[in-house]
Design a protein around this ligand. Structure first.
Ligand code: 0CH
Ligand code: SF4
Length: 316
C-alpha cells in the first residue's frame, strides 16, 4: 500500500546548545582522567538518553552532595548550584568540577553585583527548578524574591521598592517573560535589570523557529524530557503560535500515532538537552509510515561554542 504524503518541517536551530555540549564533555573528560565512578550532582542535563549513556561510561548520578563519597570527584550539572554546594565540597576536601553553563554563571555574577550595589532581587523563574535554586542560592535567603507569573508581581514585598533589580532563569518563554518584566517595571519603575532578560541565545532561537513553523504544522513534536524547562516551553510556544497539537516526546516510542491520524504536515524540534540521534530516530519512524518531504525551517544560524577546560584541575 502506498504511504500517505507528509511534509516534515524540521526546526533549526534545535537540540544541543553550547552549554549542554560542554557539560557532557566535562563528565566524559572527568571519567577519562579519574576513572569510574565519577559522581554527578543532579542530571548533568535533563535527558534520560544522555544520562543513561554517561552512566554506562561510569557516571553515578545523585541529587545531593552528601550522597557522594568524599574520595571520588563530583561534577555539578549545567543548571548551576547554590553557593553552599561548592563550599560543602571544599569543606570535605573533595575534587569537584563545575559544569554550570557559562550563561548561567553570568546570571550568578549579575546577582552578586546587584547585591553588592545594595539591591534586592526579583528572580523570574520556576519554583523548585535546579537553575532557580542555584541562582537564588548565590545570595543569602531573602535577598532574591521569586516570581513565576504576572499575578505574582502584585505579591512581591521588597525591602525598598527603589532598590530592586531583576534576573531571570535562562530557559523561560521569551514572550511570557516579557509580560512579567513589563508588570515589574510598571509596579517598580526604579527596578534595574539586563537589557531584555537573561534568557539565553539557545532558548530564544529554538522558540523562534517553532514560532515560524507552527502556523503551517498540523502537529508539532518536541523531543525532550518532561523535566526539561526549555523543551516544555517549546511545546507551549508551538501551541500559542497556532498549532493545537504540540506534544513532548522523549523518543520515537512515545509518539501517539493514532492522534496523528490524517495529518498532512508535522513539525519536529528538540530541546537544548536532546541529542540529534533521537531526532533522527523520530524522523526514521515517520519515514517508515509516510512518504516524506522534509523542509528545514531555519530562523537563525548558531556558532556558539564554550571552551571545555583543557585540564580538569584538582582543588589546591
Ligand atoms: O531546560 P532546563 O533548564 O530544564 O535544562 P535542560 O533540559 O537540561 O537543558 C539544558 C539547560 C541547562 C541550564 O540552562
Ligand atoms: Fe547554557 Fe542556554 Fe544551554 Fe542553558 S540552554 S545550557 S543557558 S546555552
Amino acid at each position: 500500500m502506498a504511504k500517505p504524503p507528509l511534509t516534515l518541517y524540521l526546526a533549526a536551530p534545535r537540540g544541543f546548545c553550547a552549554g549542554v555540549d560542554r557539560a557532557i564533555k566535562i563528565v566524559e573528560m572527568a571519567i577519562g582522567k579519574w576513572g569510574a565512578p565519577v559522581y554527578v550532582r543532579h542530571e548533568i542535563v535533563h535527558n534520560k538518553y544522555v544520562v543513561d549513556g554517561l552512566r554506562e561510561k561510569g557516571a553515578v548520578f545523585v541529587e545531593e552532595l552528601d550522597e557522594c563519597p568524599a574520595d571520588r570527584p563530583v561534577i555539578f550539572s549545567a543548571h548551576g548550584v547554590p553557593k553552599a554546594v561548592p563550599a560543602a565540597a571544599e569543606a570535605r576536601n573533595m575534587i569537584y568540577v563545575d559544569a554550570t553553563c557559562p550563561l548561567v554563571s553570568k546570571v550568578h555574577i549579575e546577582a552578586a553585583r546587584h547585591s553588592e550595589n545594595g539591591l534586592q532581587m526579583v528572580m523570574i523563574g520556576h519554583a523548585g527548578h535546579p537553575e532557580t535554586l542555584g541562582t537564588m542560592g548565590q545570595l543569602p535567603e531573602g535577598e532574591v524574591l521569586l516570581v513565576e507569573t504576572v499575578a505574582d508581581v502584585a505579591k512581591v514585598a521588597p525591602r525598598d521598592p527603589e532598590k530592586l533589580a531583576f534576573i531571570t532563569q535562562t530557559t523561560l518563554s521569551v514572550d511570557d517573560t516579557a509580560g512579567i518584566v513589563a508588570a515589574l517595571k510598571a509596579r517598580f519603575p526604579a527596578i534595574v535589570g539586563p537589557h531584555k532578560e537573561d534568557i539565553c541565545y539557545a532558548t530564544t532561537n529554538r522558540q523562534e523557529s517553532v514560532k515560524a513553523m507552527a502556523p503551517k504544522c498540523d502537529a508539532i513534536l518536541v523531543i525532550g524530557a518532561p523535566n526539561s524547562s526549555n523543551s516544555r516551553r517549546l511545546v507551549e510556544v508551538g501551541r500559542t503560535a497556532g498549532c493545537d497539537y504540540a506534544q513532548l516526546v522523549q523518543r520515537a516510542g512515545d509518539i501517539d500515532w493514532r492522534a496523528l491520524d490524517g495529518i498532512g504536515s508535522i513539525g519536529i524540534t528538540a530541546g537544548a538537552s536532546a541529542p540529534e540521534v533521537l531526532v533522527n530516530e523520530v524522523i526514521d519512524a515517520f519515514e517508515e509510515r509516510y512518504d516524506l518531504t522534509v523542509e528545514r525551517v531555519e530562523t537563525a544560524i548558531e556558532n556558539v561554542e564554550f571552551k571545555v577546560p583543557r585540564v580538569l584541575r584538582e582543588p589546591a
